[in-house]
Design a protein around this ligand. Sequence first.
Ligand SMILES: Nc1ncnc2c1ncn2[C@@H]1O[C@H](COP(=O)(O)OP(=O)(O)OP(=O)(O)O)[C@@H](O)[C@H]1O
Ligand SMILES: [Mg+2]
Length: 142
Amino acid sequence: MTGEFLSRSAEETREYARRFAVGLRPGDAVCLTGPLGAGKTEFMRGITEVFGCDSQLSSPTFSLLNIYEGSMKGQVLEVHHFDLYRLESEKELEATGFEEYLSGPFISVVEWGEKFPSYADRFTRRVTFCIAGEGVRKITIM
Ligand SMILES: Nc1ncnc2c1ncn2[C@@H]1O[C@H](COP(=O)(O)OP(=O)(O)OP(=O)(O)O)[C@@H](O)[C@H]1O
Ligand SMILES: [Mg+2]
């Protein structure tokens, strides 16, 4: 799925994310790009809902990687949520095993991945967020 959507609430953003997520497959890596508070984590929540991930997404205490266990067609599927906001160097990122995680049979969802251009071609999907007013977000899926 590609396209553009004007979301008028966090719930609409999660709903749009659910429509997007049904097309994802293990091995997909989704880069979520947009300013602070643009709705990247809300979008991520919609993705976890589609795969029946039980654990609650907790914000905003920083965690580089949260792993959620869900399922797809009766098979266990891990959804990996990265937030690279606080990471400062590519060296640091390498040391986390990011490359290996992206290569695994998971669904990877990465906030602030565009900070590290050498990983740009590792993403299979890109979603960008613009703040378009109070409670309004323009979401573009490429
Ligand atoms: N249309 C909308 N879509 C998504 N979130 C919205 C919308 N309108 C208002 N919000 C609010 O904006 C905030 C988005 O927060 P969220 O944590 O998803 O942002 P983020 O892009 O992950 O930011 P960060 O870069 O800090 O992690 C939430 O408080 C949410 O309720
Ligand atoms: Mg976030």
